[in-house]
Design a protein around this ligand. Structure first.
Ligand code: PYC
Length: 334
């Protein structure tokens, strides 16, 4: 029998939760955070399950654990823990983690206002603005993002045949735009989108096995998220999404890696120019400001380096315990 204790700080990024584990995280083996992620998944996934799922978390819960950098030029390395697993990259998680880490003094950047963060998906360069003890905004320059496939088709239960693209922005997204059999997210409840997405993701990965593998890191593969689009609430916004992840979650923020994937798709289709604001709305109407910063290549694919800017707010501190005798030590889902 053992009781494991975790000191956590909780925040939300434009509505979606971020729980930073400030103490109680494990020591991991690996030369990079990508290797450490694999070690964590093998030996310590119980920590993720216990802290993310009910009763200590909920369907949307997501968080991070911080580690020293592997390259002395960088400030820290991050492991993302979510109900969906350990994502290679998480945009809302980054904005929340940086806000918590700066406001609570968990890291001291080498250059104030700038941070170099090692994520499993690659190096992420960050700027932030602080007024007194508050972080006003965080801007992350994300990993290379690209359109992996266009105009694919799948039979979706209830809706019928759907056309979709697959783009990468730190995770692989199937992007479903309004079309004959789908009028847009404004006409669907969140629970309906979740129900459709569960089946759709499974069908996509069955129909397109080994299609979506990162050109430089083969541990990153397959469609993990579905990004449905629709009419923005604010007519001044560029777009609106409902991003499905995990088994039951719809991102309450506009999703950083999803917005990156969306911008890669739009840029590849000639619909978004570099250095133009892309204002992306979430299901609750919160907004991220995205930009295509640079146009590059990734393997043989045309690609972009996107940036995402927005804010997070801290709302609590938690001392959580996982008692190995607790029948729900690893949480549960209903
Ligand atoms: O913001 O990248 C993101 C994200 C991924 C899953 C939930 N949020």
């Amino acid at each position: 029998m053992a009781i494991h204790t975790f000191e956590c700080i909780d925040a939300h990024t434009c509505g979606n939760p971020v729980r930073v584990v400030r103490s109680g995280g494990p020591s991991l083996i690996g030369e990079t955070i990508s290797e450490k992620r694999l070690h964590f998944l093998k030996e310590y996934d119980w920590i993720r399950k216990g802290l993310m799922f009910e009763p200590r978390g909920h369907d949307m819960m997501s968080g991070s654990i911080l580690f020293p950098p592997h390259d002395s030029k960088n400030d820290f390395a991050i492991l993302f823990i979510e109900t969906s697993g350990c994502l290679p990259m998480c945009g809302h998680g980054t904005i929340g983690t940086i806000t918590i880490a700066i406001e609570k003094g968990l890291i001291t950047p080498k250059i104030p206002g700038k941070i170099r963060m090692e994520a499993p998906a690659g190096l992420v360069e960050i700027e932030y603005q602080q007024t007194a003890d508050k972080v006003d905004w965080v801007k992350l320059t994300n990993v290379k993002s690209y359109l992996a496939a266009r105009d694919l088709t799948i039979i979706c239960p209830v809706l019928g045949e759907l056309k979709f693209d697959v783009a990468y922005g730190g995770n692989y997204y199937a992007i479903v735009d309004p079309q004959k059999n789908f009028s847009g997210i404004q006409d669907f409840s969140a629970s309906k989108i979740i129900q459709l997405s569960q089946e759709l993701r499974q069908r996509i990965n069955l129909k397109y096995p080994d299609h979506f593998i990162h050109p430089e890191n083969t541990t990153i593969r397959d469609v993990s998220h579905i990004l449905w689009t629709g009419t923005p609430i604010d007519p001044a916004s560029s777009g609106r999404n409902a991003v499905f992840y995990g088994d039951k979650a719809i991102d309450r923020s506009p999703c950083g890696t999803g917005t990156s994937a969306r911008m890669a798709q739009l840029h590849a289709r000639g619909l978004l120019q570099p250095q133009t604001d892309y204002v992306h709305e979430s299901i609750i109407g919160s907004k991220f400001i995205g930009r295509v910063e640079t146009v590059i290549t990734l393997g043989t694919f045309p690609a972009i380096i996107p940036s995402i800017k927005r804010w997070a707010r801290i709302y609590g501190q938690n001392t959580l315990t996982i008692d190995t005798e607790d029948p729900y030590a690893l949480g549960f889902q209903v």
